[in-house]
Design a protein around this ligand. Structure first.
Ligand code: COA
Ligand code: AMP
Length: 626
């Protein structure tokens, strides 16, 4: 097969079956597939139908069998507790197979769901792998979500067992995971059978004698469980992400296509070889953490780093560089917001110069738009390629980027690189006509998408079809607008829906509006994203109180801020809220969020022709400009 980007990319679109069958050779299969691409249920496509494999075997056991048993598989570095730990592949195999044994003893069977609600500790990755080992479907919930959000995910995924910890440690203090879990279990309708709780020394918690088990005690008694071969299309995990409504969407990913695609990306996008170190500074609760803290590096026989800390403040803006030096990271991957935070603390790159970064080859960014200024700053101080790439929870790996491991494609700052193999990226207008190169439109991907992308939405095939596949038949709607330029580089401009991106975290403004509107004093609310120099966007709320409200606006705002924290979680970073008399609407009753966003961002705006009452918008503009 040809090895330059252009020919490889075209080959992947002209002959997808041949292309991906060849890549699948890098994975261990228990049974070969019958069909590489199964289109019998189009527009829902399946890859490697009929094949059987196990992701945990591919990520752990086979490396031990191949002689990598003594190599570091996973390194935990936790500046917030002052601890580090290393696990070789053989140790990881021992831990994961025993944890899988614990799950099996708790009655977890192939196809059962297991929720993982944990901080950045090695046991979180082990939990994911243990589920994969016995064909259980894990669903990791990010720790920055509060109890009610966890409850929603419990009711949707209906897990048999939940794996959690006594606490997490954030710079602002201890996060009491166990209390949040108890609250979620109280609220949810679904009855969870058992919880396995990791007691952390910094803060131990009470266990419910009938429901909770102590992690360490259970592990001490467990017999190891072997890998169970599952169908290539068997769900490996459900990962919830925000949509336009308050109900999260459970993205389902399979064992087969996922393993094939991630292995390809490790070598060809990230340029990381087996035995080399990758440092992805994200969280296992996000897709970046799933793909490049846990599965990608381990499938590849590389070493991954689980970092329990922040880019700054733990203890300083040199934290990432210290990790790169200590463990000899070849690739670093984080969100632009982290880069902006570091740059703000260390504008002259002094911390960078304190560390030996000679092993680092490339720095990858994704999760939100990278601002060119920060990319140039990193380029100047790091001296390695700074590579933006664009993807989503739904796709699980980069739609567009730079195939750094394959060739050094010229970097175009302000773009997210070029489409990756298997992604036929198009830009369409409202009617579905293709836009000329360089013109803005809705970005779609012609079906089928490559392996490793979403199988469906958990328990909601209709929402998958209606939300992603119906707008432009034959295409997947990414929800992003942008441009493909003359050179084929993709520029991502903004979301076309009500999703906002706060510090690389995807949030639904609809969900925030729900929480605000639920307050007894509030009759109506609107939330939109406003620009923020560090976090990219921050949510801004406008609320209209009922006519009976005679309280203090400031006190109401404080209550609303607290409510969002308790209902959605601190991750929403909801602090800006204004009490107004009315919301600006069109004559058909649609709230003019886009116009308010432009005003709040200090952009040019025009009075919309469809507005019902211009005086309302003038009044709001007065508030927002303040
Ligand atoms: N568990 C519990 N709470 C969490 C959490 C977790 N895993 N992660 C974040 N939070 C809390 C934080 O403590 C903070 O709470 P606070 O309001 O009490 O201070 C809140 O959620 C917001 O956190 P965060 O978004 O991390 O903002 P910050 O102001 O604490 O830090 C940055 C700013 C830039 C350092 C931080 O946003 C960052 O590291 N961003 C990288 C984002 C990232 O990796 N995204 C992954 C997508 S690829
Ligand atoms: P998530 O599913 O949380 O990973 O969020 C995906 C969304 O984040 C995308 O649909 C984009 O809106 C945004 N996004 C991710 N990567 C990039 C990028 N490199 N440039 C611009 N936006 C991005």
């Amino acid at each position: 097969m040809s090895q330059d980007y252009n020919s490889l990319y075209h080959e992947s679109l002209d002959n997808p079956e041949g292309f991906w069958a060849e890549q699948a050779g890098a994975v261990d299969w228990d049974r070969p597939w019958d069909r590489v691409l199964d289109d019998s249920d189009a527009p829902f496509y399946r890859w490697f139908s009929g094949g059987q494999l196990n992701t945990c075997h591919n990520a752990v056991d086979r490396h031990v069998d191949a002689g990598r048993g003594e190599q570091d598989a996973l390194v935990w570095d936790s500046p917030v507790t002052g601890q580090t730990r290393r696990y070789s592949y053989a140790e990881l195999q021992d831990q994961v197979s025993r944890l899988a044994g614990v799950l099996r003893d708790l009655g977890v069977e192939t196809g059962d769901r297991v929720i993982v609600y944990m901080p950045m500790v090695p046991e979180a990755a082990m939990a994911m792998l243990a589920c994969a080992r016995i064909g259980a479907i894990h669903s990791v919930v990010f720790g920055g979500f509060a109890g009610p959000e966890l409850a929603k995910r419990i009711d949707d995924a209906e897990p048999r067992v939940i794996l959690s910890a006594s606490c997490g440690i954030e710079p602002s203090g201890m996060v009491d995971y166990k209390s949040l879990l108890d609250e979620a279990l109280e609220r949810s309708d679904h009855a969870v059978e058992r919880c396995l709780i990791l007691q952390r020394e910094v803060h131990r918690c009470e266990l419910d004698a009938d429901r909770d088990l102590d992690w360490e005690a259970a592990m001490a008694e467990a017999a190891p469980a072997a890998c169970v071969p599952v169908d290539a299309n068997h769900p490996l995990y459900i990962l919830y992400t925000s949509g336009t409504t308050g109900r999260p969407k459970g993205i389902v990913r399979d064992h087969g296509g996922h393993a094939v695609a991630l292995l390809w990306t490790m070598r060809n996008i990230y340029g990381v070889a087996p035995g080399e170190v990758m440092f992805t500074a994200s969280d296992v609760g996000w897709v970046v953490g799933h793909s490049y803290i846990v599965y990608g590096p381990l499938l590849n026989g590389s070493t991954t780093i689980i970092y329990e800390g922040k880019p700054i403040g733990t203890p300083d803006a040199g934290a990432f560089w210290r990790i790169c030096e200590t463990y000899g990271a070849r690739a670093l991957f984080t969100a632009p917001t982290a880069l902006r935070a570091i740059k703000k603390e260390d504008p002259e790159g002094e911390f960078i110069r304190r560390y030996d970064l000679s092993k680092l080859r490339a720095f990858f960014l994704a999760g939100e738009r990278s601002d060119p200024d920060s990319v140039r700053w990193a380029d100047r101080h790091l001296g390695v390629p700074i590579l933006d790439h664009w993807w989503q929870t739904e796709t699980g790996w980069a739609i567009a980027g730079y195939p750094y491991g394959l060739e050094e494609m010229p970097v175009k700052i302000g773009t997210a690189g070029r489409p990756m193999p298997g992604y036929d990226v198009r830009v369409l207008d409202e009617e579905g006509e293709e836009m000329p190169r360089g013109e803005l439109g809705n970005i779609v991907i012609r079906l089928p998408m490559p392996p490793g992308t979403m199988l469906t939405l958990w328990g909601n095939r209709e929402r998958h079809r209606d939300g992603y596949l119906m707008r432009y038949p034959g295409h997947y709607l990414t929800g992003d607008s942008g441009v493909v330029d003359e050179d084929g580089y993709v520029h991502i401009m903004s979301r076309i829906d009500d999703v906002i991106n706060v510090a690389g975290h995807r949030l639904s403004t609809g969900r925030l509006e729900e929480v605000l509107s639920d307050h007894p004093a509030v009759v109506e609310a609107a939330v939109f994203g406003v620009r923020d120099a560090t976090k990219g966007q921050l949510p801004m709320g406008l609320v209209v109180p009922g006519s009976a409200f005679d309280g203090d606006d400031k006190a109401l705002v404080a209550e609303l801020v607290q409510r969002v924290r308790e209902e959605v979680g601190p991750v929403a970073a909801f602090r800006q809220c204004v009490v107004v008399k009315r919301l600006p609407k069109t004559r058909s009753g649609k709230t003019l969020r886009g116009t308010m966003r432009s005003i709040a961002n200090g952009e040019e705006w025009n009075m919309p022709a469809t507005i019902d009452d211009p005086a309302v918008l003038d009044e709001i503009a007065g508030y927002l400009k303040r």
